[in-house]
Design a binder for this molecule. Structure first.
Ligand code: ZN
Length: 282
């Protein structure tokens, strides 16, 4: 099943470009707010499994889809989770996943404009995991049952601040407004041919910059959930940015950065594609 957020309300995508408002269709029993819906995800899935066009779905422009997980309580992001990206960063493949956050105000939707701040702004396409059931000390074998769905993310990064000082500033350097786009839809894992092997990539002005497969993660999704939840309970509606494959601007010779006027397209096959225009910052 596929879900999208429009006007801040959770919708089921019943067909390409057709959506069903789940709060309305359920007679008000399901929450309209996507974040509240993740706390009752099994009910959402049960209801969505029984819906049909007769329940009042409508045609919409897919460009109106918003971030399907706009206000998570916790955002986890993983560094160096693909060996080829660790190599281009001149860093060792980690024994433990490096974890940072993207502050919630950096999150934005799958389409639109992103201001470019001072510095060196880079792209990182990533698979995004959304939690659908509280996970604390969960074994990797049980981890997928705690996932509501998957989406596409960009972990935009301002490298000067990220890498400055004696202790790197990953969280701050990756949290400018608009630096955390998610979308265009949330897809339940069983909807995908192989939830553990998805192609992802991104293009700048039509030029392919990144192209990878999630099977090449150093710590696959179940292992990430096991390791994060060993320390911190994961809550319904929480987000995990799972790391990026090689091809970022920092790893190029010479290095390459995003500038106002650039177009950035980010995709995961089987989920969808986000499109953003980079514009002058304030
Ligand atoms: Zn990243």
């Amino acid at each position: 099943m596929r879900f999208a957020s429009l006007s801040g309300r959770l919708h089921q995508v019943t067909a390409p470009g057709r959506v069903l408002d789940l709060h309305t269709a359920s007679g008000g029993s399901l929450p309209a707010d996507p974040q509240q819906a993740y706390a009752r995800w099994s009910e959402v899935l049960d209801f969505a499994a029984g819906t049909g066009a007769a329940d009042g779905d409508r045609a919409v422009s897919e460009e109106s889809y918003e971030n399907p997980v706009p206000t998570p309580r916790q955002v986890f992001a993983i560094g160096l989770n693909y060996a080829d990206h660790a190599a281009e960063s001149a860093l060792a493949v980690p024994e433990h996943p490096p974890v940072f956050t993207k502050f919630v105000t950096s999150l934005t939707g799958p389409y639109g404009r992103i201001p470019v701040p001072q510095g060196e702004v880079d792209w990182e396409v990533e698979l995004v995991v959304v939690i659908g059931a509280r996970a604390h000390r969960v074994a990797a074998e049980d981890a997928w049952s705690h996932v509501a769905g998957l989406s596409v993310g960009q972990d935009l990064s301002e490298r000067v601040l990220q890498l400055s000082g004696p202790a790197p500033q990953f969280s701050l350097g990756k949290s400018h407004p608009g630096f955390g786009p998610i979308g265009p839809v949330l897809v339940t894992p069983e909807e995908l041919p192989d939830r553990d092997d998805l192609e992802l990539g991104c293009l700048v002005n039509g030029e392919q910059m990144q192209q990878g497969r999630t099977r090449d993660m150093v710590f696959p999704v179940p292992e990430l959930i096991a390791r994060l939840s060993a320390v911190t309970p994961l809550l319904p509606g929480d987000v995990i940015f799972t790391g990026t494959p090689s091809g970022v601007g920092l790893g190029r010779k010479p290095a390459r950065w995003l500038n106002p006027g650039d177009e950035l397209r980010s995709y995961v096959h089987g989920i969808g594609e986000m499109r953003h225009q980079l514009v002058e910052g304030q």
